[in-house]
Design a protein around this ligand. Structure first.
Ligand code: ASN
Ligand code: ZN
Length: 320
């Protein structure tokens, strides 16, 4: 009887997924041409003036400069995820140019979205390699632009950690989709390859096992919690936005894994639907966001998927 019930659930999940996929991809199926990508990758030439000098525009051949070409490819993979899976045309859903600057500053150990464009440092070579090396980092930074154009989640406390987490979810989906990986096959690391061989660590963050990405004398230990019991109260980093994001990150991982297949097919659609849901406030708490993901899961895929999403949040200490 258990097997029969599982079969029933599986087929209703499959049918619901097909209906939702058909809706999300209608523009593709009807033969609507993909909108053009307008990537513009510039170099700050180790200065800090933005955008710097254009190195590669849309359709231009590879330059041979790894940072330029990695940024170009990562932004392409991110644009494609948004259009082909979620029907979104660029950052503003209106074909906005994808402007990025590489070789920012001297030994600059970060990447960021400045409100209008993406910026990538080259790393100091001691702790960090260049920040373009991981496509999920390009996805993360571009996602900050999308979040700014949609929910506008305030960059502090829980809404800030949600902002960070959603950027990681998008980044992970970009990487997994470029590699053709299922949720089960994926490493769920953010920034794999960014840490030099001199550092004891594998990445900036782990969505699968927050708090385990690195443990090194120079860098300290990965401070991310994976459960509300370990929520970090701090005033640093706008209230620990890069720390407490571990909690919603783990919930996304758990939901994607339990739903199976590719992360963007169901978990990703639910999270994206929630990001663009007019009911989501810019000061949303984890609980507010979680409650809306359950509601959107139900609308998109039905009750069985909603229950999987509720269970994922429960496992990180958020009882909807
Ligand atoms: N890499 C960081 C981010 O995009 C940049 C920052 O927060 N300063 O979240
Ligand atoms: Zn970020």
């Amino acid at each position: 009887q258990a097997a029969a019930a599982t079969l029933l659930v599986d087929s209703s999940v499959r049918i619901a997924r097909e209906v939702a996929n058909a809706a999300a991809n209608r523009h593709v199926e009807e033969g609507t041409a993909a909108p053009p990508k307008n990537r513009r990758v510039s170099s700050a030439n180790n200065g800090t003036e933005l955008p710097g000098t254009l190195q590669r525009g849309e359709g231009d051949p590879a330059t041979g400069d790894a940072a330029v070409d990695e940024a170009y490819d990562g932004l392409g993979g991110t644009f494609d995820l948004f259009w082909e899976e979620f029907g979104r045309n660029s950052i503003d859903d209106n074909g906005m140019d994808l402007n990025a600057t590489v070789h920012y500053g001297e030994q600059y150990n970060n990447a960021f979205w400045d409100g209008t464009q993406m910026v990538f440092g080259g790393g100091d070579g001691v702790i960090f390699n260049r920040f373009t090396i991981a496509p999920d980092v390009e996805g993360h930074e571009l996602a900050h632009g999308v979040i700014g154009s949609t929910a506008g989640l305030e960059y502090r406390n829980q809404s800030g950690a949600l902002n960070e987490s959603i950027a990681d979810c998008i980044g992970a989906m970009v990487k997994q989709r470029m590699l053709g990986q299922t949720s089960e096959q994926a490493d769920w690391l953010i920034g794999a390859g960014l840490l030099t061989s001199g550092i004891n660590g594998v990445a900036l963050r782990s969505m699968k096992a927050p708090g385990t990405a690195y443990d090194d004398p120079k860098l300290g230990k990965d401070p991310q919690p994976d459960h509300m019991d370990k929520f970090v109260e701090t005033t640093a980093d706008y209230g620990g936005v890069h720390i407490n994001s571990g909690i919603p990150n783990k919930a996304f991982y758990l939901a994607a894994l339990a739903l199976g297949g590719h992360s963007w097919e169901r978990a990703g659609k639910i999270w994206y639907q929630t990001l663009t849901d007019s009911r989501l406030s810019s000061t949303a708490s984890f609980m507010e966001f979680a409650t809306l993901t359950a509601d959107n899961a139900n609308t998109l895929f039905g009750e069985s998927v909603r229950d999987v999403v509720i269970e994922a949040w429960r496992d990180v200490g958020l009882e909807i």
